[in-house]
Design a protein around this ligand. Structure first.
Ligand code: C5P
Length: 223
């Protein structure tokens, strides 16, 4: 039987990637499959936690024994997270969130016949959900962020991660490298886990489930 070392913990996890509609049939999206966030939800539930999964356009099935809140856009994800966060002991932002969304959504399909040879999109900045959750957190609540970076050099990757954890103010940052072939759709992952001071407190490489368990070990080790 699995170790139920997260019994009684309430963990809120976001997974997948947000989509920002341009018109009724098109969106701006990203390559997140949701696999790492779903692996976290499954691992947490298996270890006895009560899990709420806010699921943005998952390419994989959500696990059983987890309460799922489906969302699509960044603003929907933000609303779902802010509703659920007050009831959570831990919040994990594993979703890949669009930093910008189209300024306006066309009522009907954008047509090349009326647009001509060039189409310019105007985008506006989305809220930083993680930052907002950190600002609103209650005492003792643990907030974990993810950072998927394309930085090829290890030193620079770490520097980017350290700057990000300081900027976001989260308790831990799970840092991984992504690229054309690594990261989002893959079955495996390689991560460094930084604490709020930017110190490396964990590392993991392997199937996304093993990486998930390593992240959850940080919570199990806390009172
Ligand atoms: O700033 P960056 O996108 O690299 O930060 C990644 C972390 O911040 C992830 O945990 C992601 O879920 C979260 N994020 C967010 N809202 C945004 C952008 C990223 O919560 N608008």
């Amino acid at each position: 039987a699995p170790v139920r070392d997260l019994e009684g913990r309430r963990i809120l996890i976001s997974a997948g990637g947000t989509r920002e509609p341009l018109d009724p049939v098109r969106f701006i999206g990203n390559r997140s499959s949701g696999k790492q966030g779903v692996a976290l939800a499954l691992a947490a539930a298996t270890r006895g936690a009560e899990v709420v999964l806010v699921a943005a356009n998952l390419e994989v099935d959500a696990p059983a024994h987890v309460s799922v809140v489906p969302v699509s856009t960044t603003l929907e994800l933000e609303a779902a997270m802010s509703v659920a966060a007050p009831d959570a002991d831990t919040v994990i932002m594993a979703a890949a969130v669009a930093d910008y969304r189209p300024e306006s959504v066309a009522e009907s399909k954008i047509k090349k016949e009326t647009q001509g040879d060039r189409l310019t999109l105007s985008l506006v900045k989305n809220p930083d959900i993680l930052r907002g959750l950190v600002d609103a957190r209650r005492p003792g609540q643990v907030v974990i962020g993810f950072a998927a970076e394309t930085e090829p050099d290890d030193e620079k990757l770490l520097a980017v991660g350290r700057a990000k954890v300081a900027r976001k103010g989260c308790d831990y940052l799970v840092l991984n490298r992504v690229g054309w072939t690594e990261g989002f759709a893959a079955e495996r992952n390689t991560v460094l886990i930084l604490d709020s001071a930017g110190d490396i407190v964990g590392e993991a490489t392997g199937p996304k489930r093993a990486v998930a368990d390593r992240v959850l070990d940080l919570l199990a080790d806390r009172p």
